[in-house]
Design a protein around this ligand. Structure first.
Ligand SMILES: C[S@@+](CC[C@H](N)C(=O)[O-])C[C@H]1O[C@@H](n2cnc3c(N)ncnc32)[C@H](O)[C@@H]1O
Length: 357
């Protein structure tokens, strides 16, 4: 039943579109709503009255929980002020797991403390039985010397060769600052932020739904990690940009059989349970204590997929990948991948955009 809605970004109001999604049918839901900070959206007034904004938020939060499977998770991204109200509401019918603090300069700037993190509320639908995987990120190092930032003293031989388990404070993912790396959306999220949430709570072929899809960041992350997606977005222009980006995205964020998150020619997130298989692709420093100044490296950089991210330059969409592979070959490759990953279960994302459900 849900299959006919899969792998599409729908243009429209999320509250209307949610009506088409069955209860308990989605593996994870993620929302990055307008923050009511008077941002310059083209089809949305980002300056509602305080209570009006909260009432509206409660409606779509309720829908997110309703459609999420009993094994699934719900993520809400916002500034801390709004998250305190979201949590009070969600505590009534979902289960708190974490408040993830994403270290990034934010707004509004006050006269007390400078806001320096966004929050991501992480809830599960049920108290027990949720799909959750531990993750690892590479050890943090001094940029110039390459030494580990943390002093592990005599315990370096016991370190994990790839890096530590990920905590609820994320300092290694930066907001997109360069215009060449972003599209014309005021609040586009870094895709590897989404990769991390998706790797943490889903498996291959699972379904990820984002009711405020923007320019499709969540959908792209889901697709490149071999997951399925559904996006809702009010603004037709953003839907079109999403379609362009998705048509150039391959489900290829893999090392061997394991899905991983790549960023700038490196791996930024892995599932802990995958390390036993992933380690064959790494040169691991020996003896292990030399990891203090030498990092575990991928044996063959060719294993890293070229970035299939789409760049916008002077309003033209430029696909870095198309420099290497002809468009036709790219499309064939994409279709083959899609069939392989989704077992012919879903429709092609090349025609992903539907005017309405
Ligand atoms: C913070 S942005 C999301 C950005 C997105 N995470 C990205 O990385 O591109 C919020 C989006 O919600 C959309 N939006 C606002 N109200 C909406 C509604 N009622 N239904 C669906 N989308 C809506 C806005 O147009 C905007 O693109």
């Amino acid at each position: 039943m849900i299959d006919k809605f899969i792998n599409k970004i729908y243009q429209g109001d999320c509250l209307e579109l949610f009506k088409n999604i069955l209860d308990n049918s989605i593996d994870i839901t993620f929302a990055d709503p307008p923050f009511n900070l008077k941002k310059n959206y083209t089809s949305y007034d980002d300056s509602l009255e305080f209570q009006e904004y909260l009432n509206w938020c409660e409606k779509w939060i309720f829908e997110m929980v309703r459609v999420t499977k009993p094994t699934g998770s719900i993520f809400l991204h916002n500034i801390p002020k709004w998250l305190t109200y979201y949590a009070t509401y969600l505590n009534k019918f979902a289960h708190f797991k974490h408040w993830i603090s994403w270290d990034a300069p934010t707004a509004p700037m006050g006269k007390s403390l400078q806001p320096a993190h966004y929050g991501i509320l992480f809830y599960t639908k049920k108290e027990k039985g949720a799909k959750i995987y531990e993750l690892r990120h590479p050890h943090k190092r001094d940029r110039k010397q390459g030494y580990l930032l943390k002093d592990y003293g005599g315990k370096k031989d016991g370190l994990h060769p790839f890096g530590p388990l990920i905590s609820d404070v994320w300092t290694d993912i930066h907001r997109i600052k360069h215009n060449t790396k972003r599209n014309p959306h005021p609040c586009q999220l870094p895709i590897h932020l989404m990769d991390r949430l998706i790797l943490m709570t889903t498996e291959q072929n699972d379904i990820v739904l984002d009711p405020f899809s923007g320019t499709g960041t969540t959908a792209i992350s889901a697709k490149r990690l071999g997951r399925r997606y559904i996006g809702f977005e009010l603004d037709n222009n953003y839907v079109e940009i999403s379609e362009q980006r998705l048509s150039k995205t391959l489900p290829n964020f893999k090392l061997g059989e394991n899905w991983v998150s790549f960023y700038l020619n490196d791996i930024v997130t892995i599932k802990d349970i995958d390390w036993n298989e992933l380690k064959q692709y790494f040169i691991i420093p020996e003896p292990l204590r030399t990891i203090d100044y030498e990092r575990a490296r991928i044996k063959d950089k060719k294993l890293i997929p070229s970035e299939s991210e789409v760049l916008i330059d002077n309003n033209k969409i430029i696909n870095k990948k198309s420099n290497k592979i002809s468009k036709e070959k790219d499309n064939i490759l994409f279709k083959e991948f899609e069939q392989l990953i989704f077992s012919g279960n879903v429709q092609s994302s090349m025609s992903a955009v539907q005017p309405k459900l």
